[in-house]
Design a protein around this ligand. Structure first.
Ligand SMILES: N[C@@H](CCC(=O)N[C@@H](CS)C(=O)NCC(=O)O)C(=O)O
Length: 449
């Protein structure tokens, strides 16, 4: 163990980062239940370049330093590693105890991580144009500035954020000459045609969540799960904190906004959260407590998937699944081609093309494909990281199907969605595009034999 290894976990993150919200809320939940101890560390540019990048090969946040000094990048891996070390309270039912609930948790994590990302990302950056109306450019400059000038005064921090936006994103001319995040939106399939369809898709999802949260406080009932922490990625930093999107969320979907506070575990007194008690007055004015959240403060019994979750799963199968199938096909073709050496690197980023892979992920590149969103056609990059996430789904799917009664329960659930039964063929779809993740980088598998 290095001499300066921390005695506890350290989460290196930004308050305004998509994936940081997921990891932080998860760790807060575990810590609040007494499961572990962690420190929130602002991931300044100095720490990213000097500590995180050398450790994992990526500056992406969040990253978690374990008590033994190792550093893990990627929220899914962070959750897996921490769950293995601190299983109580669990954040997903076991395959034996809740085969459908467990599978659904992983599917919603994938939807939230990698499909809702597009719209949340778009909201932030459309609202940050100089001429956006309304604009949250000043707020966004301020929240970014601290990474680059953590000790500076407020105005200097804001200037540092603005300077970064100019250099990295060409923000003053981003409509005509997109760079950085603005080019990333183009690469993810957002253009004048598809933009309104992405927004309509997001509204559909939020409406479905609003209906669900009118009956249950969390995705699986009265306690949070992996699905809630996953959903917090788009819903916290981008849709709840960024002011333009936040106005829309809080005014049109107040139950979702309330769930954000509840799942984040802060400022949630009225929202009622895990670990909280509501009190009545008993005999002699004595306070008599009860769990504050719905469903008796527990996940729904009997592996129940409430009807209000079905529209959310329908969005996964109607919108994201066709893109995932095409992504597996394109990646399989690339890995089998002469352009790739088995065991070689595969692009690993989610928000933008991975530097060095532009020719593959843009234009006519083999890792660029046609897709539709809300029936509108567009073109976007293949994100191989999604295939890596599907490998996790495949492992869980196998376990759920192998559980007593699991095969029938899972098959019946999936057959209720368009193309839902195709998920049962996931192993075959993944056969030619298996990936290995090392730190923040992805590689294909070495040739067998
Ligand atoms: N899939 C990863 C993604 C992490 C990620 O993309 N983080 C963003 C901020 S939310 C980032 O740091 N992007 C900059 C980069 O990739 O260098 C996770 O689950 O943690």
């Amino acid at each position: 163990m290095p001499a300066d290894a921390p005695a506890r976990y350290r989460l290196f993150s930004w308050e305004h980062s998509y994936f940081s919200g997921k990891a932080r809320a998860y760790l807060r939940y575990k810590a609040q239940a007494g499961g572990l101890d962690y420190e929130d560390v602002l991931a300044t540019q100095e720490l990213i370049m000097g500590l995180l990048m050398p450790a994992t090969g990526t500056g992406a946040v969040p990253q978690l330093q374990l008590p033994d000094g190792r550093i893990i990048q990627d929220t899914s891996e962070i959750l897996d590693v921490v769950e293995a070390a601190h299983p109580d309270p669990p954040v997903a039912p076991t395959a034996a105890g809740g085969p459908r609930q467990r599978l659904v948790s992983y599917l919603i994590e994938l939807l939230a991580d990698e499909w809702m990302l597009v719209y949340a990302f778009w909201e932030r950056w459309l609202g940050s144009y100089d001429d956006a109306e309304p604009s949250h450019a000043a707020f966004n400059e301020q929240q970014w500035g601290v990474i680059f000038a953590p000790d500076a005064t407020g105005l200097e921090r804001r200037k540092a954020g603005r300077a970064f936006f100019e250099v990295a994103f060409n923000i003053a001319a981003a409509r005509s000459e997109p760079r950085g995040v603005y080019q990333g939106l183009v690469d993810l399939g957002v253009d004048a045609n598809t933009g309104p369809a992405w927004k309509a898709g997001n509204d559909r999802l939020l409406a479905a969540l609003e209906a669900h949260f009118s009956a249950h406080d969390f995705v699986l009932g009265g306690l949070p799960s992996l699905a809630d922490f996953g959903l917090l990625a788009p819903l916290y930093a981008h849709l709840f904190r960024d002011p333009v999107a936040s106005f829309d969320l809080c005014t049109r979907f107040p139950l979702v906004a309330e769930w954000v506070e509840r799942t984040n575990g802060t400022n949630a007194l009225n929202a009622r959260s895990y670990g909280q008690q509501l009190y009545s007055l008993g005999e002699g004015g004595r306070l008599v407590g009860r769990p504050a959240t719905s469903d008796g403060g527990a996940w729904l019994p009997g592996d129940e998937i409430p009807d209000t979750l079905l529209p959310i799963l329908a969005i996964f199968f109607e919108e994201m699944w066709p893109v995932l199938v095409s992504s597996m096909e394109r990646l399989t073709a690339h890995i089998a081609s002469d352009a790739h050496t088995p065991g070689g690197e595969i692009p690993g980023k989610s928000f933008t093309v991975t530097p060095g892979f532009d020719a593959l992920q843009q234009g006519d590149g083999v890792l660029c494909h046609d897709f539709t969103v809300g029936g509108v056609a567009g073109r976007r990059m293949v994100v191989p990281y999604q295939v890596w996430m599907l490998q996790r789904v495949a492992t869980e799917l196998q376990a759920s199907r192998a559980a007593p009664g699991g095969e029938d329960a899972v098959t019946a659930l999936l057959s209720g969605f368009p193309r839902g039964s195709e998920l049962l063929e996931l192993d075959a779809l993944l056969a030619g595009c298996k990936l290995r993740k090392e730190g923040g980088r992805l590689f294909s598998l070495e040739a067998a034999g």
